[in-house]
Ligand binder design. Structure first.
Ligand SMILES: [Cu+2]
Length: 214
C-alpha cells in the first residue's frame, strides 16, 4: 500500500520534471539529425564533460528492441536485449539500436550534463525494422543513468534500462531482471516512509475516535 502510494507520488514527480524539461527544450533546441528511418538527438563525440581530461575509452553497445525481448517476463510487452549497460568514466559510448519490431522504438538516456546535452538527454529513435547508431561521452563520476523508450507506455510495458558509469550509484527500480517494480527511490529515504506511516496511523485512530463519538 505504502509502496504503491510512494510509487504513484514518484511517477507524478517524474512526470512534472519531464514537463519542465520539455519546456526547457523549447528554449534551447536540440542538436538533431533525422530521416525517415529515425532520429539521433544530442550526439556528442568530442565535447568533454568538465571533469574529464580526455576520452578514457570507447564502449560499443548493440541493443535490440522489440516484443520478443519481453518473452518470459510476466506483464511485459516490450523489451531491450539488455537492460543493464556499463561504461567507464569519461568514455565515448556508441549505441547501435536495432529495432526488431514494426513500430517505432527509442533508446533514450536521461541525467547527462545539461551544458553538453540539452534536456540532459541523448537519444536514438528507430522506425520499425531499421537500425541507427549514435555516440555520446559520459561524465567522470560513478552514477546510474535511466535509459528507456519514450513512446507512450513502452517504459511501463518493459522498456526500462540503466547505464552504470564507473560501477553506478545503485539500481533504479523496475529494471527488468534487476529490480522490483515498486522499489522506493533512494532519495526518499526511510524517514519519509515512517512519517507517512505515522500520518496513516494517526488518521486511522482519529477516524476511530470520531466513529465512537457518533
Ligand atoms: Cu519502444
Amino acid at each position: 500500500m505504502l509502496r504503491r502510494f510512494a510509487a504513484v507520488i514518484v511517477s507524478l514527480l517524474l512526470a512534472a520534471a519531464d514537463l519542465s524539461a520539455q519546456d526547457h527544450h523549447e528554449h534551447h533546441g536540440h542538436r538533431m539529425s533525422s530521416d525517415v528511418s529515425g532520429m539521433t538527438m544530442n550526439e556528442n563525440t568530442d565535447r568533454l564533460p568538465s571533469e574529464c581530461a580526455e576520452i578514457s575509452g570507447h564502449v560499443n553497445l548493440t541493443v535490440h528492441a522489440g516484443r520478443r525481448h519481453a518473452e518470459g517476463r510476466p506483464g511485459a510487452m516490450f523489451g531491450f536485449s539488455d537492460h543493464v549497460f556499463e561504461a567507464g568514466p569519461c568514455s565515448l559510448v556508441t549505441v547501435t539500436l536495432v529495432n526488431d519490431d514494426e513500430i517505432r522504438h527509442q533508446w533514450m538516456i536521461h541525467g547527462l550534463p545539461r551544458y553538453l546535452y540539452p534536456g540532459g538527454m541523448f537519444h536514438l529513435e528507430t522506425a520499425g525494422g531499421t537500425r541507427r547508431s549514435g555516440s555520446f561521452i559520459v561524465p567522470g563520476d560513478a552514477r546510474t543513468y535511466l535509459v528507456h523508450c519514450d513512446m507512450p507506455q513502452h517504459m511501463e510495458k518493459g522498456m526500462k534500462a540503466q547505464l552504470l558509469v564507473g560501477g553506478g550509484s545503485g539500481d533504479l527500480w523496475a529494471v527488468p531482471g534487476t529490480s522490483d517494480a515498486f522499489r522506493r527511490e533512494d532519495y526518499l529515504g526511510t524517514g519519509d516512509a515512517w512519517a507517512a506511516l505515522g500520518i496513516f496511523i494517526a488518521t486511522f485512530l482519529a477516524g476511530l475516535i470520531l466513529l465512537r463519538r457518533a
